[in-house]
Design a binder for this molecule. Structure first.
Ligand code: PHE
Length: 365
């Protein structure tokens, strides 16, 4: 038998087979149970010892060659298939990058996030309350009974109807009602900030009917004005990222604090822009009013369900829009609420620029 011819025929057919299925059919034809080369191996059993000696190695060699050729061609077909897949799935790295996200974070949201981060570091939690408030939380519990003149001075938006308890309903004029709600819900001690929208019927270049405040409230034992001053200095230093913030505390009046303190900060003009820092009495500097604060009035503690002989506290309220304008150099408050995408593209913040104390609370505009 001419094993060499059988071999070269088999190898030629293997080389020609163009896909894995055809190749598998050849493997079965040659080496399967009924395969032609398997058949040759079976003939060894019927041979004489001499014949087996001379034929055996040739048949085994034929079998080796054919199975090696099958394996090699299988590899080749598989890598050709892989190459074809890679070619069809390729990415053209020379294409321009996709457009970056278009939306931006509004400066008011950014400043609220910055302040929440700063106060979280000082151990303050974030509290909230409703924007549709009742007269008791917004005024009465804050030491402004119905007859109080401050109540009339607040430019309040009222709803036409009272609630089930006969309370007048209104859009909250400040975030201070959250003081009352939090004391009643959580008791003392307390360390909270309450950011949110507030409403007053007032509108010109520096006032919008809706604006934003952050309320701060600390209730504990032995709290005094020194704690308030340190907290405000620390907060404003971190917020403006300056170590030369100088505060001036002026006696003032709020019904819900006693004593009440108006807080001014020194600033100067640099390149036509207000820059916070230094004493307002220094050459080229002035003072500007920044926020209202004071020690929580005894009547307010009592309305919040706390014993004023046991607990003391301080509170402050600051305009967020004002802080944003100062820090990021914007001069028209009304533009904040126009929803003009060009303004937002210019003054907005990248959604990926989450303010952190380690990364800087003022991450690039
Ligand atoms: N609620 C006051 C305002 O809106 C600010 C304030 C808050 C003052 C807390 C003192 C204490 O003007």
């Amino acid at each position: 038998m001419d094993y060499a011819a059988t071999g070269s025929q088999a190898l030629a057919r293997i080389a020609e087979s163009g896909n894995l299925d055809a190749l598998e059919a050849l493997r079965i034809e040659f080496l399967g149970k009924q395969g032609s080369i398997s058949g040759l191996l079976k003939t060894l059993g019927g041979m004489s010892a001499d014949e087996r000696q001379s034929e055996g190695p040739k048949i085994h060699a034929l079998r080796e060659d054919v199975s090696a050729a099958l394996a090699a061609h299988k590899d080749a077909l598989e890598s050709a298939a892989l190459e074809a897949r890679l070619a069809s799935e390729s990415i053209d790295l020379s294409l321009p990058a996709p457009a970056s996200p278009r939306g931006t974070i509004h400066p008011v949201s950014q400043v609220m996030d910055e302040l929440a981060e700063i106060f979280a570091d000082l151990g303050f939690a974030v509290a909230t309350g409703p924007e549709i408030e009742d007269g008791w939380h917004n005024f009465t519990a804050l030491n402004m009974p119905e007859s109080h003149p401050a109540r009339a001075m607040h430019d309040t938006f009222y709803f036409p109807d009272r609630n089930e308890s006969g309370e007048e309903m209104l859009l909250r004029t400040h975030t201070s009602p959250v003081q009352i709600r939090t004391m009643l819900e959580q008791g003392a001690p307390l360390r909270i900030i309450a950011p949110g929208r507030v409403y007053r019927s007032d509108s010109d270049a520096t006032h919008t009917p809706m604006f934003h405040q952050i309320e701060g409230l600390v209730i504990d034992k032995g709290i005094h004005l020194g704690h308030l001053k340190w907290t405000l200095e620390t907060m404003l230093g971190a917020f403006f990222e300056r170590d030369d913030i100088v505060l001036r505390l002026r006696p003032s009046y709020f019904p819900f604090t006693e004593p009440s303190v108006e807080v001014d900060t020194g600033y100067s003009f640099e390149g036509g822009r207000r820059v916070v820092g230094g004493s307002g009495d220094a050459p080229g500097h002035s003072w500007m009013e920044l926020l209202g604060s004071g020690m929580v009035n005894r009547h307010v503690l009592a309305a919040g369900g706390l014993d004023p002989d046991e607990w003391q506290g301080f509170a402050f309220g600051v305009g967020v829009d004002r802080l944003a304008m100062l820090k990021y150099g914007m001069n028209d408050l009304r533009a904040f609420f126009d929803g003009d995408v060009r303004w937002l593209a210019h003054y907005g913040f990248s959604p990926l620029d989450v303010p952190t104390l380690s990364g800087g609370v003022g991450a690039g505009a």
